[in-house]
Unconditional design. Structure first.
Length: 442
């Protein structure tokens, strides 16, 4: 993509007119000057992301920029030290630039490049052997200080669940047995998922204008540490993969459809491409670095998007009236099932605590799995699988729950509360079509 250029034409026929145009012209020239510098830095940033990707196969989450840049990165295979030495002067230049007098979108772009590049430098350090604690890594990669919850917090939530989940055995065993009652059988998964995605898309398009050519492909895969993944391909197209090694319970159907599709990752990437890569020629938005602040916004908005699309009881009602019958499940269980899932959802931070303790070397893998079974109420299989996710993605786990909370608080502070759905959609759309990053949500 070629950076867009601004051309300023001003004709002065009088002294007064000259003075009037001078102010506008100076402002436009200032913006043009900053944009030109950011355009140059952005090209280097993208090329450095691709270079890091040669050392870390997980790092480049998406890229649809110039193909020759990717070919060059593969051919050159820069060392980690060479990448770092190339990144440091760019970071220093970004620090020296003053964008405070510019329009907000340029300020956000400036901050975006600063934070993304800083995160890249930290990731290069980690790949080179630098040791980070869980919290140091979260700050360096994702621009946040994740909260810490004491064990007592989870004990109270588990005790509450213990009183409402029927059956015999431990609470984690009862939760697992309860979930199994709501498993979508393999022969129904594709139908149920596609109906859910269609509903999410319909609801999203009432409030968000998408390009006519936007589309996605759905694919089923095996042997992954994650449950689902959106691979954005550019040109408003996504590949959504679902890991069928795991049982798909009914409560996860809407989660998958909204989070990976509408108004989640697919919509987020479409809007960034349309608004910035295409319209403005900002090449930094043709690449997504997984271990970066952008990911917290991406995951947080994808999770909060579920509530945006299905406020109040609307999710439960759609599941009860459409998805339960389609999956061949008893719709009379829908309301109680929804309440149980809401309570279990509050245990999400138990995953963060398990990751923090495990990655800091305070507990073993087996101890982490036991923690997850006891406080996240996971099955032994799911708990052990998540510890391998910790190995691969480390502190990334915070982006799902803490990301959701930050996004929700920000949008509600802007007036996008549940009782004002139109405003909520408006603020949500503004956020997912902007370069705003975690530190900008406070």
């Amino acid at each position: 993509m070629r950076p867009q250029r601004l051309f300023i034409f001003a004709m002065s026929l009088s002294i007064a007119a000259s003075i009037g145009y001078s102010k506008d012209s100076n402002s436009a020239k200032s913006q043009h000057g900053l944009n030109a510098k950011l355009n140059r830095i952005a090209e280097s940033y993208v090329q450095l992301v691709l270079a890091v990707g040669q050392h870390d196969s997980n790092y480049v989450d998406a890229f649809y920029g110039p193909k020759e840049w990717l070919a060059e990165a593969k051919s050159a295979k820069k060392s980690l030290d060479a990448i770092r030495q190339a990144a440091l002067p760019l970071a220093a230049e970004l620090d020296s630039l003053d964008s405070n007098h510019e329009e907000e979108i340029l300020q956000l772009r400036h901050q975006y490049l600063k934070k993304q590049l800083s995160s890249l430098i930290a990731r290069v350090g980690a790949l080179g052997g630098k040791k980070y604690s869980f919290d140091e890594e979260a700050k360096a990669f994702y621009d946040v200080d994740p909260p810490i919850f004491p064990e007592e917090h989870f004990q109270k939530l588990v005790a509450e669940l213990d009183t409402i989940i029927p059956g015999k055995g431990s609470i984690s065993e009862r939760v697992e047995n309860y979930h199994q009652q709501f498993t979508v059988t393999p022969d129904k998964v594709d139908t149920v998922l596609r109906v859910a995605i269609r509903e999410c898309r319909t609801r999203t398009k009432k409030y968000i204008k998408l390009s006519d050519n936007e589309t996605f492909r759905l694919e089923y895969v095996h042997n992954k540490s994650w449950g689902a993944y959106n691979w954005y391909k550019g040109n408003n197209e996504s590949l959504i993969q679902i890991n069928t090694d795991r049982p798909i319970h009914l409560h996860s159907v809407i989660d998958l459809a909204a989070h990976e599709g509408y108004p989640g990752h697919h919509v987020y990437n479409c809007l960034l491409e349309t608004e910035f890569a295409s319209k403005r020629g900002w090449v930094e938005f043709t690449v997504s670095a997984l271990f970066s602040p952008q990911s917290l916004i991406s995951e947080g908005t994808a999770n909060f998007g579920i509530e945006v699309a299905f406020p109040g009881k609307e999710r439960m009602e759609f599941e009860r009236d459409v998805l339960f019958p389609l999956a061949g499940l008893d719709k009379n269980q829908a309301e109680n099932y929804s309440k149980v899932q809401a309570l279990i959802g509050k245990l999400g931070y138990a995953e963060n605590e398990a990751a923090r303790r495990y990655l800091n070397g305070e507990i073993s893998r087996e101890d982490a799995a036991q923690w997850l079974m006891h406080y996240a109420l996971m099955s032994p299989e799911s708990a052990h699988r998540l510890t391998h996710f910790f190995d691969q993605y480390r502190s990334y786990i915070i982006n799902y729950n803490f990301g959701l909370d930050l996004v929700k608080q920000y949008i509600e502070h802007q007036g996008g509360t549940e009782n004002n759905p139109a405003k909520r959609w408006e603020e949500f759309t503004k956020l997912i079509s902007s370069p705003r990053l975690p530190s900008g949500l406070r």
